[in-house]
Structures are given as structure tokens and as C-alpha cells.
Design a protein around this ligand. Structure first.
Ligand code: NDP
Length: 246
């Protein structure tokens, strides 16, 4: 069994997930860098962690696939003997107005963002229950807290994650497993890069801080919730949003 704590971060090849992986590695955790489409970027994240003296491994898995998540987590437990931290970060958008949204676009977003987190929690919880300890952090969104026109599917998935967080927190509390959510506002990543300048300006005008956040801002909140210091915090939603959803 590894002496180091082991963390699994889904969708950690780029964006917020990558920052979270680097931040947890800086806490001396062994990080499993999950990816789906971008193998080379996941390998780059691993190399970056190794360059800074940490250790990590990339693992491919589509989080929307229940059985594949089970296999990935079984492999982690078999290889490292433990799983201490799970960060459900993988997420997608397929934006559009409700009246034009296809059933496929609704399902796809729910399958990745909400069911993906359920799949990973469902398979990780067994090991954490055995260890009588664990930290689960789900990356929600201010869209899930406030709603957002043009994101009915995404908002539903991110609000669903908050319900999932609170129910799992209640179920797992007796074994000292904490489950919390972090709800980022607008953060500078590839997900927001696609927005037009006009949409970005309109978004920034709704943020009391007047600007988008950085992936590192989200990673700091996740690192805290994953730490020993956060042992008495569970079922909470921390918004990292420059004051947007207060
Ligand atoms: P990016 O689009 O930059 O990255 C998304 C990540 O999710 C990629 O690493 C991608 O992996 C992974 N992913 C997508 N589908 C799957 C899948 N089926 N299985 C495994 N991994 C998958 O997004 P961000 O970094 O911006 O977002 C990260 C999280 O933060 C998401 O949950 C997002 O909803 C949330 N968030 C982001 C905000 C923002 O403003 N950026 C605001 C609020 C919340 P790969 O490339 O390998 O396919």
C-alpha cells in the first residue's frame, strides 16, 4: 500500500481539473489524472507534477460509463491499496435555449456531469468506507445555484450535484467521509474561451469582482476541503465566484 494519500481527479488533463491535480500533488498526494479525450494533455499534467517532485499517473475513463468507472477505481485500489480523495471535476456544456434543446443534448450533459459523479462516488465509497475516512469534492457551478438562461441541461446537472453532495454527505458521515461541493463562477478555461466578447463582458458585469477567476482559485478551495483541516465540514457548497452568487 502506498504511504502517500491517493487522490483521483476526473477530467484532470486541462483547465480546472489540471490545477486541482497540481495543487493536490503539492500536498504530497499521489494523483490519478483521469482523462477521456486528451491523452497527451493528461500525460503533460503528469509530467508537470513529476517536474515539481510529485507523483501521478494518467488513467483513461469515460465517467459517463458506470462499468468503466468501476474498473478504473478497482485498478487504483489494486495498484495503490487506497483511495483517499475523489474530485468529480469532469464536465461538459451543450448550451442552447430550452425550447430548442434536443433530448440528446440534455442527456449527454446529465450523463457526464451528474451521473459521472454518481458513478465515481458509487465505486469509491466502498474503499473509503473500509478506510473509515475519505474526502469527496464535487465541482458544481453557480449555474446550478442560480440557474442560467441557455443552460437548462448544465444547470440541472450542477444543481443535481448539490443534491447528490448533500445526500452522500449524510449517508457517509458516520464513517468520517466528507462530501462537499465547490461551485465556481466564471473561470478562465477552454470552457469559457468559446464565449463571445459580448457574452464575456455581460458575464463580468454580474460579478462583484468584475473579472473572471483563475483555475487556481478553484483548486485552493478543493485543496482545503480535501485536507485534514476540513475534517468537520460536510454537505457544504462553497462558491468560488468573485461574489456572483451571494
Ligand atoms: P474544460 O472544458 O477545460 O475541461 C473539461 C474536462 O472534463 C476535460 O479535462 C475533459 O477531459 C473532461 N471530461 C469531459 N467529458 C469527460 C468524460 N466523459 N469522462 C472523463 N472526463 C471528461 O472545463 P473546465 O476546466 O472549465 O471545467 C471543469 C469543471 O468545472 C467542469 O465540471 C465545469 O462544469 C466546472 N465549471 C467550470 C466553470 C468555468 O467557468 N470554466 C464554471 C463553473 C463550473 P478530456 O479533455 O480528456 O476529454
Amino acid at each position: 500500500m502506498l504511504e502517500q494519500k491517493v487522490a483521483l481527479v476526473t477530467g484532470a488533463g486541462r483547465g480546472i481539473g489540471r490545477s486541482i491535480a497540481l495543487r493536490l500533488a503539492a500536498e504530497n498526494m499521489f494523483v490519478v489524472v483521469n482523462y477521456f479525450g486528451s491523452a497527451s494533455r493528461a500525460e503533460e499534467t503528469v509530467k508537470e507534477i513529476e517536474r515539481t517532485g510529485g507523483s501521478a499517473k494518467a488513467m483513461r475513463c469515460d465517467v459517463s460509463d458506470f462499468a468503466a468507472c468501476g474498473e478504473m477505481i478497482q485498478e487504483i485500489v489494486k495498484e495503490f491499496g487506497r483511495l483517499d480523495v475523489l474530485v468529480n471535476n469532469a464536465g461538459i456544456t451543450k448550451d442552447g435555449l430550452l425550447m430548442k434543446m434536443s433530448e440528446e443534448d440534455f442527456d449527454k450533459v446529465l450523463d457526464t456531469n451528474l451521473k459521472g459523479a454518481f458513478h465515481c462516488i458509487r465505486h469509491s465509497a466502498r474503499q473509503m468506507l473500509k478506510q473509515k475516512k475519505g474526502r469527496i469534492v464535487n465541482i458544481s457551478s453557480v449555474s446550478g445555484v442560480m440557474g442560467n438562461a441557455g443552460q437548462a441541461n448544465y444547470s440541472a446537472s450542477k444543481a443535481g450535484l448539490i443534491g447528490l453532495t448533500k445526500s452522500a454527505a449524510r449517508e457517509l458521515a458516520s464513517r468520517k467521509i466528507t462530501v462537499n461541493a465547490v461551485a465556481p463562477g466564471f473561470i478562465d478555461t477552454e470552457m469559457t474561451e468559446v464565449l463571445s466578447d459580448a457574452v464575456k463582458a455581460a458575464a463580468a458585469s454580474q460579478i462583484p469582482f468584475g473579472e473572471f477567476g483563475k483555475p487556481e482559485d478553484v483548486a485552493e478551495a478543493v485543496a482545503f476541503l480535501a485536507s485534514e483541516q476540513a475534517k468537520y465540514i460536510t454537505g457544504q457548497v462553497i462558491c468560488v465566484d468573485g461574489g456572483m452568487a451571494m
